[in-house]
Design a protein around this ligand. Structure first.
Ligand code: ZN
Length: 148
């Protein structure tokens, strides 16, 4: 006997992982066409999400769906994070180089100034490149967003 339908959470649970569901949920799905069609909708959504590169099934499904809907934005954010990581790595490398060559610089005070300028120029170039790259990605992302 069908007393009440499954909650969205229960339907999602079934759609995500049938084998881990309570028996009560499985039985209800088998008996109730309405809830079964809900499951089908969620499975379609899940399949859509699976085709995206982000594997994140520990999260609440509705949250995941919301995250995935503006997906170009999300992936841009990830790319930017990567760019920033590379940027920081570049800066750390430069910092290390400055530290490593500090003693040499002390011997050649005037050369030191020149080297510092060179390093600053390099750092600025790297940062400018990163910003241009980020801007390109951003523009590309905007184009992708426009298609939606
Ligand atoms: Zn039902």
């Amino acid at each position: 006997m069908l007393i009440k339908h499954l909650t969205d959470d229960e339907v999602q649970q079934y759609a995500v992982n049938k084998s881990n569901c309570e028996k009560r949920i499985v039985e209800h799905i088998h008996l109730c066409e309405e809830c079964r069609s809900k499951v089908e909708v969620y499975q379609l959504l899940i399949n859509g999400i699976k085709q995206q590169p982000q594997p994140a099934f520990n999260f609440d499904l509705s949250k995941m769906v919301l995250q995935q809907l503006p997906s170009p934005k999300t992936s841009i954010a990830n790319d930017n994070a990567l760019i920033w990581i590379f940027g920081f790595m570049a800066m750390a490398f430069l910092g290390g180089a400055i530290y490593f060559f500090q003693s040499y610089f002390d011997l050649f005070e005037s050369m030191r100034t020149i080297f510092i300028y060179l390093i600053v120029i390099t750092a600025v170039t790297v940062l400018a490149y990163l910003f241009i790259d980020m801007y390109k990605k951003y523009k590309h992302g905007m184009k992708v967003l426009d298609l939606y």
